[in-house]
Design a protein around this ligand. Structure first.
Ligand SMILES: [Zn+2]
Length: 287
């Protein structure tokens, strides 16, 4: 019900903050919201013109684009044997100290889900767009590595990568490991290996965060794709861009708490919106 009230509010004030918000007024009728968003998406010529001219493009992606590849979100992964555990009690240093085997096995299960997935047309379109633009920075909150798998080169993984491991005591990276012991041990220091992801209570990688903020501040345009706009500090990056008069674009099937702040809102799945955008930019570039 809360979501519906938010939709009504946005639909009723389409011009707020100069935004172009394409929410149909039919929302007043309380019809199925998701279907409507997908079928009424419109990509304006003004937006394509802006994106075509942008030399420094920053893209921020979140769980939504991974979900389109069938990767369950953090909480959705809690099925079967894992349903009894709260993910926030598995993804901490304290949890690993308490029961390293349990935490390692939870990540092994999630790593398996990721390895079974493949990049979707949204990932592939971003990799294609990067090849068209001199300054293209992709900042992701996702840990599945699908952007690199799709061919993206300049990727800042703010929350790490579940396919990599490092040791618990000294962050020594490990390329491979033996499954003889669970968790395996670091060959350099003997401490347990753990996934190279950012756990609750841990800092984001300083270098990556600095690169992300610098890219946002110097951007010609920023796109926020499939993020809930709830997790900090990634959620604040669009607002940082906006404070510097950088146009900001949201692509998400559902509205987020930040939707009304965006200059352009495309209410659809990344796998449909991004190929359409890149095709139109590309057509304009080569003609
Ligand atoms: Zn080590």
């Amino acid at each position: 019900m809360l979501l519906l009230l938010l939709n009504l509010y946005l639909a009723n004030e389409p011009g707020r903050n100069g935004s172009q918000v394409y929410y149909p007024t039919i929302l007043w009728r309380f019809v199925q919201v998701d279907t409507l968003f997908e079928t009424t998406m419109h990509i304006s010529d003004e937006l394509i013109q802006l994106l075509r001219q942008a030399r420094r493009v920053v893209v921020l992606t979140g769980a939504g684009i991974s979900a389109e590849s069938g990767i369950p979100t953090f909480r959705q992964a809690q099925t079967g044997l894992w349903a009894q555990y709260d993910p926030e009690e598995l993804a901490t240093r304290a949890a690993f100290r308490r029961n390293p085997r349990l935490v390692w096995e939870w990540y092994a299960w999630r790593r398996q889900l990721v390895q079974q997935a493949a990049p979707n047309p949204g990932h592939l379109a971003l990799a294609q767009w990067e090849r068209l633009v001199p300054g293209f920075t992709l900042i992701t909150q996702n840990v599945d590595g699908l952007h690199r798998q799709a061919g993206s080169q300049r990727v800042i993984e703010l929350h790490g990568n579940i396919r990599r491991v490092k040791c618990f005591d000294h962050d020594h990276p490990a390329e491979s490991w033996s499954e003889a012991e669970t968790p395996p041990r670091c060959v350099q220091c003997g401490s347990f290996l753990r996934p190279d992801v950012v756990w609750f209570g841990e800092s984001l990688p300083a270098v990556g965060l600095h690169q992300a903020v610098t890219a946002v501040r110097n951007a010609d345009v920023l796109l926020s794709i499939g993020t809930s706009a709830l997790v900090q500090p990634a959620a604040s990056l669009p607002l940082e861009a906006k404070s510097r008069r950088v146009p900001i674009v949201e692509i998400n099937p559902q509205p987020t708490p930040l939707t009304s702040a965006f200059n352009f809102v495309l209410a659809g799945p990344a796998g449909e919106v991004l190929p359409a955008i890149v095709q139109r930019i590309h057509l304009n570039t080569v003609s």
